[in-house]
Design a protein around this ligand. Structure first.
Ligand code: NAP
Length: 454
């Protein structure tokens, strides 16, 4: 079956790409494993030279690749351009810093010389999602390739143009064929690629269902595995919050990327003494969000990625309202072409309703009222996920309490949870395991090899 991208704003076909045959995938694996043999022997300076060249090329093509992203998955053109810029910045960051992160470390022992090296391991297979079609791949690939590994990736089937663009970008920058390889394959082929002896490690960014499947295969074949899965991030508003500064960022935290970000704030937990004020201002700001053509600079909220994703979100809201939740704003599928869904605020959400216990992958905010900060942190942690979380407070004591007690991989205070190359990215509980970015992510697919000389 070909890989087809459909513009979610107007439902028209953007492009089609033929699937790779099993023979083509086999050949690609051969090229990748041969490429690893020479790539691992290159110096950091040589690796950095091509990585920076790829960043320069990407920077020079931002409007073109931004439009490609918007047409394939509906994010606003402004955010697509921002994503491309962030990718280039991250490629430059790892070009500059990977060597330091992977430097051999001396460790004092009874030997004359001993320590740890971080050696590359081989072909790493990555299964990637559509929501940040450039960033998710670069976030994994830039540090992994700078560490001397090579990457083969299977992108989400609805962003084939972005997948092809990324592979071509690396080739045009001067990377040898096989260092960064896109394969157009369906789920069935994923299992044989993971089982192939030429692949040494696996990573998936996506849903829990896909994560379980890939982790099971990685376990069967005893391959190192990193999983970046879903989340239902808490946005905790404490007594000392600066409400005028907090509310606009609460809106952005929920509607960024049309509500389809793993680290989007999804549960807004407000202490009782500030809850009326927050709800009134937040619901008003969410109902003022302008939904429409993602290419229009005035648009704040574009369409969801697909009809099935939009219908799933609409069903989650409708069934939760039937169970007793209240939609303060939004909650209705608009008429017309495109997979649009409005910014929505739900309150009084029963714990066992769909909005009370499932991830909402779209612009729907659930607001909870907590007795105090202690109760807010209890509600924040009362979830099977643990990706990110934020605390909105002026009081240092409240900030420190949240940093210490939130059971998540990333805590931000008075800022929207974000990924950045300097800090490790990843979750706890059902949000996955392993880390990307920073020195922690750069070392994930290396062999921490101890050496000891008597
Ligand atoms: P998804 O359905 O899991 O898709 C992600 C990738 O996995 C796609 O390439 C998909 O391929 C592939 N895939 C799906 N099922 C598979 C299977 N059984 N075997 C092999 N590959 C499989 O995820 P999504 O619904 O597109 O993305 C939304 C989810 O991803 C949300 O839960 C979100 O929170 C999470 N996410 C997490 C992060 C993070 O960094 N933690 C980042 C972004 C998204 P096809 O496209 O061909 O189905």
């Amino acid at each position: 079956m070909p890989f087809v991208s459909i513009n979610p704003a107007n439902e028209k076909v953007v492009a089609q790409y033929p699937a790779h045959t099993p023979q083509q995938v086999d050949q690609a694996l051969d090229v990748a494993s041969r490429a690893f043999q020479s790539w691992k022997a290159t110096s950091f300076i040589d690796r950095a030279r091509v990585m920076v060249r790829a960043a320069e090329l990407l920077e020079s093509e931002i409007p073109v690749v931004g439009e490609l992203m918007t047409s394939e998955m509906g994010k606003t053109f402004a955010s697509a351009k921002g994503e491309a810029m962030k990718c280039a910045m991250t490629m430059r960051y790892f070009a500059e810093h990977a060597e330091g992160m992977l430097q051999e470390q001396s460790v004092a022992t009874s030997g004359s010389r001993s320590g740890v090296r971080f050696d590359p391991t081989g072909v790493i297979f990555a299964v990637m999602p559509w929501n940040f079609p450039l960033w998710q791949v670069i976030r994994m690939a830039a540090p992994t390739i700078m560490a001397g590994n090579v990457v083969m990736f299977k992108h989400a089937s609805n962003v084939p143009g972005c997948a092809k663009y990324l592979e071509d970008l690396f080739l045009r920058a001067g990377f040898s064929p096989g260092v960064m390889t896109n394969v157009f394959v369906d789920h069935d082929r994923v299992s044989s690629i993971i089982g192939d002896p030429r692949v040494v490690g696996v990573t998936l960014t996506g849903s829990e269902r896909a994560g379980r499947s890939v982790a099971e295969l990685a376990g069967t074949h005893l391959k190192k595995c990193v999983l970046e899965l879903g989340g239902s991030d808490p946005f905790v508003v404490a007594s000392s919050a600066d409400m005028d500064a907090t509310v606009p960022l609460a809106v952005t935290a929920r509607i960024q990327n049309n509500g389809q970000a793993c680290i989007a704030a999804k549960r807004f937990i407000v202490v009782r003494d500030r809850s009326d004020e927050f709800l009134e201002k937040f619901a008003a700001a969410m109902s003022a969000v302008r939904m429409g053509d993602p290419m229009d600079p005035a648009t704040g909220l574009g369409p969801l990625v697909s009809r099935s994703q939009r219908d799933e979100l609409a069903n989650q809201v409708t069934s939760s309202v039937a169970a007793g939740a209240v939609a303060m704003t939004g909650g209705e599928v608009p008429e017309g072409a495109g997979f649009f869904y409005p910014a929505t605020v739900l309150t009084n959400v029963p714990a066992d309703s769909r909005a009370g216990c499932e991830e909402l992958f779209g612009p729907v905010a659930v607001v909870y009222v907590a007795d105090d900060l202690d109760d807010a942190i209890r509600v924040a942690n009362d979830t099977p996920w643990g990706l990110g979380g934020s605390i909105w407070a002026k009081d240092e004591r409240e900030i420190n309490e949240a940093i210490e007690r939130l059971d998540v991989g990333l805590v931000f205070a008075n800022a929207i949870v974000a990924s950045m190359p300097e800090l490790p990215f990843g979750g706890t509980k059902l949000s996955g395991f392993g880390r990307e970015l920073s020195r922690f992510g750069t070392r994930e697919f290396t062999n921490a090899k101890s050496f000891f000389v008597a």
